[in-house]
Design a protein around this ligand. Sequence first.
Ligand code: HEC
Length: 270
Amino acid sequence: MSRVRDALRHPFWQAVLLLVAAWLVFRFGIQYVPPLFGVRSAPVPQSVMLQYMLTALVGVLLYVSDNEARWRRFKEPITATLVDPGKRRLRVALLVLVPALVGFMTYRQARPSVSAPIQLRSIHPAPPGEITFRGQSMRLTGLENPLRSGGALEEHVREGRRVYYQNCLPCHGDRLDGEGHFGHGFSPTPLSFTDPGTIAQLTESFVFWRIAKGGPGLPREGAPWNSAMPAWEDFLTADEVWAVVVFLYEQSGWQPRRWEAGGEGEGGHE
Ligand code: HEC
């Protein structure tokens, strides 16, 4: 017991203890909450940790070197470890351990990480008012899904399901949740249509535009953008795209957003 008390009075062990305590406080005591990504709390970033720890180290060094006697006592165990004939084993052990630790930390830093980087991007950039679909110009503003006013809805759903399972499944998944087999390979990941933040927020013409033009058709404000979403106008007819739109809403249970009466740009905001 008295050895522990002695150690606690020794400036070297005090310094070690202070540094460990500082690390614990920085690591677990501070909750850094970014308002963006829906993350509840995250640890202090590593670079900031390093800065905090350096600051703590400077403080500790100021303390141990505050007067000559304490400074000398602080250096005692260090000098002893380096030159004492009796401490040979410890010296050899440290000589192996310290480079191994540094090597391990370097390896951990340099190892390629498989998790995709967080991207700040505009997920739903403003669509153009007008597009060309397979060479035909098409006005998106105010456009309704033509299939909703012609033919049997069940038929459109069946057609849309076929289109979906033949083309969209590998990325957007069996349950429309963006968890298709290939989904994890992409950053940004394929969007989940069951999420209230995607098609539930959109008009059918917006969804049509996204399917028709895919990642390549996204405007500049979507950047940095490397969406894997293909441009389906090269492979599907307009009716097939409208059908898959119907299918997405039927299957997910969401209602498409409606155009406000009067249309956009005509002072239609109440
Ligand atoms: C190669 C993978 C891949 C395939 C296949 C694919 N998508 Fe996507 N899709 C994505 C990715 C990645 C995103 C998210 C990035 C983006 O918005 O461009 C996305 C986004 C979307 C969006 C935008 C949703 C929103 O909220 O803005 C729609 C709609 C969509 N896909 C529909 C489809 C349909 C319908 C098909 C099949 C005809 C399909 N996708 C096939 C990868 C794919």
